[in-house]
Design a protein around this ligand. Structure first.
Ligand code: FES
Ligand code: FES
Length: 159
């Protein structure tokens, strides 16, 4: 199969990648860019484990073709921390014990970051809605929701 060259920004850095027409964004991240933090849970748009930010919006990377990402700006879990400083959603999930096996965590973190970017002070219901597409097979939802609530407080400077 012929390859298509795409140019995009991944985790704040420009990249050029040659991809087959049928390669998903999830496959490209994991197989071409070695960004294996993004997980493959169902490959069918059901579990949210593959969630990444595309042009500022959380999306299921298993449902997007890599060629569709030409010119896009992508953020994966590997790009959340900046200047050796964890993103508040990362720190808060650690603090609240919201990580068990960790398989859902990268997708949860990206969905949570997307929520807090568009709504810095979400209600519990808004947090639940934003994470509704992210399944946790360890079922640690309470602590994850608590973590996102704490992240909102941390980034607004509340104690
Ligand atoms: S791996 Fe993409 S939604 Fe499950
Ligand atoms: S922490 Fe195990 S799947 Fe969520």
């Amino acid at each position: 199969m012929s390859l298509h060259r795409i140019s995009l920004t991944v985790n704040h850095f420009p990249e050029q990648v040659d991809v087959p027409a049928n390669m998903t964004l999830l496959q490209m991240l994991r197989e071409k860019l070695a960004l294996t933090g993004t997980k493959n849970g169902c490959a069918a748009g059901e579990c949210g484990a593959c969630t990444v930010m595309m042009n500022g919006e959380p999306i299921n990377s298993c449902m997007v073709l890599a060629v569709e990402c030409d010119g896009a700006e992508l953020l994966t879990v590997e790009g959340l921390a900046r200047d050796r400083q964890l993103d508040p959603v990362q720190q808060a999930l650690i603090d609240t014990g919201g990580v068990q096996c960790g398989f859902c965590t990268p997708g949860m973190l990206i969905s949570a970051r997307g929520l807090l970017n568009r709504n810095p002070h979400p209600t519990e219901n808004e947090i639940r809605e934003a994470l509704a597409g992210n399944l946790c097979r360890c079922t640690g939802y309470f602590r994850i929701i608590e973590g996102v609530r704490k992240a909102a407080e941390m980034q607004s400077g509340a104690k």
